[in-house]
Structure formats: structure tokens, C-alpha cells
Design a protein around this ligand. Structure first.
Ligand code: AHR
Length: 570
């Protein structure tokens, strides 16, 4: 039964100074690990339910069409579902390696073109993908961050013990973050320090940020260049409080959550009735029993919560690593590693289903969002890089991995209303890599740009027999797809061909509309490990794509290992 096939996570309790070597987690999932033969034999036992998120899996298991050249899709325009919240395309920027320093901040004296110290090239690139929100300052860093070190003209120089023990100059602090967000047009998702801070410290930060009354903190903000209150869209109350955030039990964390939720207030007058700041609690980090216990504890407390504290989101972290410590290479790999990583990333479906089911018990109206605020591929550090800086390359495989996860989030749009890929620049599965004055857009960036039309669009169910792509003992659905209707009523379709060797012909039956034409973009490259480099930045880039309309159906020929987004003209 697929529902029982989720991964397992083991946390290393050792407190080592270097975070990169302290993390030991083991995920495994037999879901797609079992041999193709046994999977096929068990297919008849699996009940087929074409309920949104399960549609692909069920269809796959019942498909008799192994290796078929054609995949038929049925797109049900009349059965529109939930809104795909634009916040699922959120980003994460931690003070880690060159994620902030060099990636965003170069300083006002830099020869790299900048606006008040923030790189212009990076801002322009991020504006193009319409980043909805940025989570900052961490990660593990957040639970050691003291905001007063990062305000005013005299910054306090500290250390970053989590990430290589390097100097933290605090030159990028509150004002610089808010300026950066203003430049790219994104909301602030600020994580406050629960691990080594106090409720008072966090409450004062929010007062400094948001009050329009002439308090001492507001006057200090004005002296520091910003008389008007800032908006803070989202408040993260701690980070991984079960591990780097303080090794807390669910009960201990819950007591902290109630205190922070009560006292850390947003005073911005514009955020009282409308656009209220949403509070996000630390949630699970895997799928074993201990994580169910965590989700149960928080959600059970939420069910009968007193007026004096509240909760709007539960965070969940899940990286695609296969096993800890991360050992898969991010470049120079073959089909076997391609298939294994994609198999592992599809565990996200089971993980979300599992924790959503627990949340449904206590919050059937889905008031609390599941916020996947750390996700993405985590590979071995690039040879020669500082292992504490989490530098990895980004290949076509990552583009496909991103599309698969975004599709999973979209299928769970009712509950998953926010997600933040880790991390935005130069760290883990980044959108952008920089090297001094040079910048390159990664394959993952291109997927985010292609998916812009899905931001705040309405989910439209798609059903199909995915067929199989198999490599060794790994069997994966051959294709994945989502559809959505934008605010103007236009239909958008995304289809991923996971098979790295075979093209696939898609025949899409659009129930409820008559298509005249369809066109968009497709992203592929010569090899599964093709990357963009500073010297060859266009190896993996979207190309124009068009579909044929034949007897009222859309016919698309998808390249092997490709991500395609099209819109349909009626
Ligand atoms: O993204 C890197 C780290 O992974 C974050 O700091 C932490 O929250 C997670 O364990």
C-alpha cells in the first residue's frame, strides 16, 4: 500500500560545531524501490481513486501501457479546485556561505552595479520570477541571530558557528533585508530566535519593525533611515526547534510557541484587519512516528487554543538527499543517480499526505497552512568549496525535481499554501549562482520563471495514465502534469517527461473548452547532468514550444527529460 511507503529520518543528536557535518539524516522509501516486476504484479490490488493528489499514482499503477509512445490526458476545466497560492514559490535566504554576502549584498562601495549595496543583476533576475516571499535570516542561523547586531551605523561583528564558523559582519540586517524585499517586490517572512533569544527580544524586533507610534524603538528605526513602519507578512516562530533550534521536545516547544505567539505582535496599522501577519510554528522534519507526534502535539493544542495565542501555519522541512550525509554529486552523474534522486523526491507526496491527514483531524476547515519552508535537493559539497557553505551545482535533474515538487504542492493547494525552496542564491538548490561580478541563472530558476502563470491560478484536475520509466530497479511515472486557470480564465498546462531517453506524445482532451492553439516553452538539455556555468550560461534554457490542435485535442511531442509549460487559446 503506497500510503505506508514513506521515508525514515534519523537525526544525529551530536552537537558539532560545523553544521554541515553535524547533520545525519537517513531517508529511504521502498515506494519506487521495489522491482518493477513486483510493482506491476501488485498493481491490480491498488484501488484507483482519481482524487487530485492521487491521480498520477493510481493512474500509473493501473496503466497497462508500459512503454507506450502516447499518454492521454483529460483536463477537466469545469472542475476547478483550490487556488494555487503564489506563496508556494517562496524563497529562503539564510546567512550561510555566499547566500546573502556576495549573493545579494556587495556593499555600496562595490564595483559590482548595486543599489544601496544590493546587486542590481540579482534583483532584476528575481523580479522576473515574481518572488512572493523570502524567508530570512535562517535556518539554523535564525536561532542564534540577535537583531540589534544588524541595525544602525555601527554593526556588531560576530561569528556564524553553524556554517563554517566564519565572521558574520551583520552588514546585511533589518534595513538591508527590507530594502532588498522592496526592490524585488516580495513579502518578508522573518524567523525569530526562539533557541537562544527571548520573547522580549523578538517582541522588540517586531515593535521596531512595525509600530507607527512614536516609541523609542520606532524613533530608532527612523534614525536608521525608515520612519514609516515596515510590513512583515509572515513570522516564523523558531526553526527546527527539535534539532539545531534547541533540541526541544514537542511539549517544551509548544510552551514557547504560546508565549511567542502571544507577545510578538505586529503593530503596523495596515496589517490589523487585512493582510494580517501569519504566524508559522515549527512542524515536522520527516515521516516517522516521532514526526507524527510533533504534528499531533501542535495541532491538538491548536484545536482548543485560547484567544491569547494563535497559529496560521505549520512548517515542514524535507530535503531530497537519499541518505545523510549528502553524498550524491551535483554534476558528472549518470542515469542511475538521476532516477534515484527523482524517486526520492517523489516521497514529498506521501509526506504531505501524512501530515495533512493529521492536520485534518484537528483543523478540518484547513485554517492552518502546511508550509514546506525548506525543501530541495541537497548534494555533496562541490569539490574545493567550503563544506560549511553548502555549494552545489544545479542541473537539468534539478529542474525536473523542482517541477515534480511544485506539482505536488499544487495538487495539495488546499493545505499547502506556502513553500520555500532552499536556498535562493549560491546555496543548495539555488535559483542563481554568482562569482564576483558574474551571475548565472540555474535550470531551477528557469522552471520558476516558466511557472509564474501558476501563481494564484485555480487548480484544474488532470487525469492520465502516466506509464512507466524504469532504470534498473527504479520505476517512475513516465510523465507528470498539472493544469490551472489564471485570473483571465486562460488554461495553463505543465507536463514533465521524466524519461531521459524517450520522447512522449501527449494527447490532451480539454473537457469544457475548445482549443484553437497552444504554445509556451520547453526546458531540456543534452544530458541529465547538463548545467549552466559562468562561461556557458545557456546550456539549459527554455525554448519556444507549440502544440497542434487535432480534432479538438491538443497534441504535444515532449522531448526526453523535459519540463514544458503551455497556455491554451480558445
Ligand atoms: O538549509 C540549510 C539548513 O537545513 C537550515 O539552516 C536548517 O534549518 C536545515 O536543517
Amino acid at each position: 500500500m503506497l500510503m505506508n511507503c514513506w521515508g525514515r529520518r534519523i537525526s544525529n543528536k551530536n552537537k558539532l560545531e560545523n553544521r554541515a557535518s553535524s547533520k545525519k539524516r537517513i531517508f529511504f522509501s521502498p515506494c519506487f524501490d521495489i522491482s518493477f516486476k513486483s510493482l506491476f504484479q501488485s498493481a491490480a490490488l491498488v484501488p484507483c481513486s482519481f482524487v487530485l493528489g492521487l491521480a498520477v499514482v493510481c493512474a500509473t499503477l493501473t496503466s497497462p501501457a508500459m512503454g507506450a509512445d502516447k499518454v492521454e490526458l483529460s483536463v477537466e476545466m469545469s472542475k476547478a479546485g483550490a487556488k494555487i497560492d503564489r506563496n508556494i514559490f517562496g524563497q529562503f535566504a539564510e546567512h550561510l556561505g555566499h547566500g546573502v554576502y556576495e549573493g545579494i549584498w556587495v556593499g555600496t562601495d562595490s564595483t559590482i552595479p548595486n543599489t544601496r549595496g544590493i546587486r542590481n543583476d540579482v534583483v532584476a533576475a528575481l523580479k522576473a520570477i515574481k518572488v512572493p516571499n523570502v524567508r530570512w535570516p535562517g535556518g539554523c542561523f535564525a536561532d542564534e541571530y540577535h537583531w540589534r547586531n544588524g541595525i544602525g551605523s555601527q554593526r556588531v561583528v560576530t561569528l556564524n558557528p553553524n556554517w563554517g564558523g566564519v565572521i558574520e559582519p551583520n552588514t546585511f540586517g533589518t534595513r538591508e533585508l527590507m530594502d532588498f524585499l522592496d526592490q524585488i517586490g516580495a513579502d518578508a517572512y522573518v524567523s525569530v530566535n526562539v533557541g537562544s533569544g527571548t520573547p522580549r527580544e523578538a517582541a522588540e524586533w517586531l515593535e521596531y519593525l512595525t509600530t507607527d507610534q512614536p516609541t523609542t524603538l520606532a524613533k530608532e528605526r527612523a534614525t536608521n533611515g525608515h520612519p514609516a513602519p515596515y510590513k512583515v507578512g509572515y513570522l516564523g516562530i523558531g526553526n527546527e526547534s527539535w534539532d539545531c533550534g534547541g533540541n526541544m521536545t514537542p511539549e517544551y516547544y509548544l510552551s514557547q510557541l504560546k508565549i511567542y505567539s502571544r507577545f510578538v505582535r505586529n503593530f503596523n496599522p495596515a496589517q490589523q484587519d487585512k493582510q494580517q501577519m501569519l504566524k508559522i510554528a515549527v512542524g515536522p522534519g520527516g515521516s516517522e512516528a516521532e514526526w507524527s507526534d510533533w504534528t499531533e502535539a501542535i495541532m491538538k493544542a491548536y484545536e482548543h487554543h485560547h484567544w491569547s495565542w494563535d497559529l496560521n501555519g505549520l512548517s515542514m522541512h524535507s530535503y531530497t538527499v537519499v541518505k545523510w550525509p549528502p553524498s550524491f554529486a551535483s554534476v558528472g552523474f549518470g542515469e542511475s543517480e538521476y532516477a534515484q534522486i527523482l524517486k526520492t523526491t517523489l516521497d514529498m507526496e506521501g509526506l504531505i499526505s501524512k501530515h495533512s491527514a493529521i492536520m485534518d483531524k484537528y483543523d478540518p476547515e484547513k485554517k492552518v497552512a502546511l508550509v514546506v519552508d525548506e525543501w530541495g535537493a541537497w548534494y555533496a559539497p562541490l569539490p574545493g568549496s567550503n563544506p560549511g557553505f553548502l555549494v552545489q551545482q544545479n542541473s537539468l535533474r534539478d529542474a525536473i525535481l523542482a517541477a515534480l515538487n511544485l506539482n505536488i504542492f499544487a495538487r495539495h493547494a488546499e493545505r499547502v499554501r506556502m513553500a520555500n525552496i532552499a536556498q535562493m542564491i549560491n546555496v543548495l538548490q539555488a535559483m542563481i549562482m554568482t562569482d564576483k561580478e558574474r551571475m548565472v541563472l540555474t535550470p531551477t530558476y528557469h522552471v520558476y520563471r516558466m511557472y509564474v502563470p501558476f501563481q494564484d491560478a485555480t487548480f484544474v484536475p488532470v487525469s492520465f495514465d502516466a506509464g512507466w520509466y524504469t532504470h534498473g530497479d527504479v520505476a517512475l511515472p513516465r510523465v507528470d502534469a498539472i493544469a490551472a486557470k489564471d485570473k483571465a480564465g486562460k488554461l495553463w498546462l505543465e507536463i514533465t517527461n521524466l524519461d531521459p531517453n524517450q520522447p512522449v506524445e501527449i494527447e490532451a482532451n480539454l473537457v469544457g473548452i475548445t482549443a484553437k492553439s497552444a504554445a509556451g516553452e520547453t526546458l531540456t538539455a543534452p544530458k541529465v547532468d547538463s548545467v549552466n556555468t559562468f562561461d556557458a550560461p545557456s546550456t539549459v534554457e527554455p525554448k519556444p514550444f507549440s502544440a497542434k490542435v487535432q480534432s479538438g485535442k491538443l497534441i504535444l511531442r515532449l522531448e526526453p527529460k523535459s519540463v514544458t509549460v503551455i497556455s491554451v487559446e480558445q
